[in-house]
Design a protein around this ligand. Structure first.
Ligand code: AVJ
Length: 322
């Protein structure tokens, strides 16, 4: 795989994101994108096969079942750009359906180099699909893909797995607007959104009895220990998943079981946590299927088609840049 490597700012943005989130007054917070280092990505892969966590299976079912239909709605030729690929496994069905129509280029965009490598291993065998990976933030990578396109080539952006759910609702609109700015009229975005479902089911999905989600969450502290010479004592934190009914989101937190002080040596600061104080690490917003077309309109897209999974309510929506 050819790889467009930018002078990476990941470590700088890691330090400043972490400092800002941990030193601000009120609720401490860590950016959820830092959950996905090599260990975190592997733990997420394990989460995605847990019986309680139906999200990834629903996403894959829809993509597999409807790949031909989805691809038949695209103007060709098309370059496929995927924002955050993880292993890339679920993209196979779309790429195979596309390859049957026309040889195409697939550009995974990932801040994690190990995820890009995994993606290449997973999808590199598909004939008539050439892979060009971008080690970059989403918008930066997408702008680079868009800059390389030739006249008459369309873009299809994949934003799967309900990663959009990590944004607060207004920030989700802003983000889709930023994506729209990079696109041309007629380009498309395939958006995966996890749909609302009973709270008990959501809580089980985000606090599984094996403790894999807890490990995934705690790994964020382990990562900060590794990368920023910090001294978080992992046994003094507990994974917490709770439903926020106003936001319609699951929030993941790490609760401090004691009053304690933590030093992040390489970042040059120390924090104090009270007993039962939490660090907020992720939000997973849930949508109504009917909300997606409204979201799309606000961001400059038309939602032309939706495919729904009923076993684990989930939607793939095809948005066309207006
Ligand atoms: C990868 C963001 C879709 O929100 O369900 C899984 C991440 N966090 N379990 C999600 C996650 C805890 C996941 N996304």
């Amino acid at each position: 795989m050819r790889q467009q490597t930018q002078p990476t700012v990941t470590s700088n943005s890691l330090v400043s994101g972490i400092r800002e989130g941990l030193t601000r007054p009120g609720q401490k917070q860590l950016p959820s994108k830092f959950l996905y280092d090599e260990v975190g990505s592997a733990l997420f892969e394990a989460i995605s096969v847990l019986p309680e966590y139906g999200l990834t299976r629903a996403d894959v079912r829809l993509l597999r079942r409807h790949a031909t239909d989805i691809v038949s709605r695209l103007p060709l030729p098309v370059i496929v750009a995927e924002l955050g690929t993880g292993s890339g496994k679920k993209t196979r069905w779309l790429l195979e359906a596309l390859a049957r129509r026309r040889p195409s280029c697939y550009c995974p965009i990932e801040i994690s180099r190990s995820a890009l490598a995994m993606c290449q291993r997973e999808l590199g065998d598909i004939e008539a699909i050439s892979i060009v990976g971008y080690e970059a933030e989403y918008l930066e990578g997408l702008a680079q893909v868009a800059a390389r396109r030739r006249d008459g080539e369309h873009l299809l952006v994949l934003f799967l797995g309900s990663t959009i759910g990590n944004f607060e609702r207004p920030a989700a609109v802003e983000f889709l607007r930023d994506v729209r700015q990079i696109l041309r009229t007629g380009d498309s975005l395939l958006l995966g959104t996890d749909l609302e479902k009973p709270v008990a089911q959501l809580l089980a999905a985000y606090d599984d009895p094996l403790g894999i989600t807890a490990a995934f969450n705690l790994n964020l502290l382990a990562r900060i220990n590794r990368e920023l010479e910090a001294d978080f004592a992992l046994q003094q934190f507990r994974h917490l998943a709770r439903y926020n009914p106003a936001a319609r989101s699951i929030e993941m937190h790490l609760r401090s079981t004691h009053t304690q002080t933590v030093t992040l040596r390489a970042a040059g600061f120390t924090i104090t946590l009270e007993k039962d104080e939490t660090i907020w690490t992720e939000s997973c917003h849930k949508y109504a299927a009917s909300e997606v077309p409204l979201l799309a309109t606000k961001a400059g897209f038309d939602c032309t088609t939706q495919w729904l999974d009923h076993e684990w309510p989930f939607a793939e929506s095809l948005l066309v840049a207006a």
